[in-house]
Design a protein around this ligand. Structure first.
Ligand code: ZN
Length: 251
């Protein structure tokens, strides 16, 4: 775990880029001049056709980044027998394609950050690389596993806020309202910005968020990008068709 003083600035929150350079560039253009620092919640690579370009663009910005399960898969740091055959094929291609310096960058990524009021992990605070927080009951079990008011997660590719009601102990899922600032109110929350490069909430637009860590205001955002251009590059490098098609459906 790495601890950092609470910075006074606006943060671009991105997760699950999955080697989709077009989506990443579109997000950066959409959020231009609206942030001073990037927090990336992991899975920079895997599935998409641009692993080196995405790592290099991320490295060119002031940022921190967490390790995701697909980043580790691309480094042969985990057993990919549990991945489905299409995902395995993408992992093999990514491994062969990544330049040594970009693999070294991914190798050095930590699995958790604690920054002021925020804990950052890829999956969940209980299982930082692996666990999918897909429903309130799983979120509820995770509130005991971090100490800050807020925890930011990625991994599911679905934007959401899980909020714990302190009086009755119940955890509810709040759906994102895009383009509107939400004042974080001290209630404990687990917040997912969604996925830049492979959304899985039936909305194919790239998802990201802006967080003002001075005022604790959070804003979920969506932006359409040129999916066909990414699909063409995926076909050129021989990615499985199922992975190519899913981008346009957002699953
Ligand atoms: Zn992912």
């Amino acid at each position: 775990m790495r601890c950092v003083e609470n910075p006074v600035m606006r943060i671009l929150i991105i997760s699950d880029i999955h080697a989709n350079l077009t989506a990443l560039e579109t997000v950066l253009e959409d959020a231009k001049n609206q942030w001073e620092y990037v927090w990336c919640l992991g899975d920079v690579v895997g599935y998409g056709p641009d692993p080196n370009e995405c790592v290099e663009l991320l490295r060119s910005m002031p940022h921190l980044c967490l390790a995701g399960n697909h980043d580790w898969a691309a480094l042969s740091r985990l057993d990919i027998r549990t991945f489905n055959p299409d995902a395995r094929k993408a992992v093999d291609w990514t491994r062969e394609t990544l330049k040594p310096e970009n693999s070294a960058y991914l190798e050095a990524l930590p699995t958790q950050f604690v920054i002021g009021s925020y804990t950052l992990v890829h999956g969940s605070p209980r299982e930082p690389v692996w666990e999918y927080i897909l429903e309130p009951v799983i979120a509820a079990d995770n509130f005991d596993h971090f100490e800050t008011p807020y925890c930011l997660v990625g991994h599911t590719h679905q934007p959401v806020i899980y909020e714990k009601n302190q009086s009755n102990g119940e955890t509810v899922a709040l759906q994102p309202v895009y383009g509107r600032k939400r004042q974080l109110n001290g209630r404990r929350q687990i917040i997912n910005p969604g996925s830049v490069g492979q959304p899985r909430d039936a909305n194919p637009d790239a998802a990201y968020a802006i967080l003002d860590v001075e005022t604790n205001q959070w804003e979920h955002r969506r932006v359409p990008y040129n999916i066909a251009a990414v699909q063409a590059r995926m076909r050129t490098v021989g990615m499985p068709e199922r992975l190519v098609v899913r981008l346009e459906h957002g699953w």
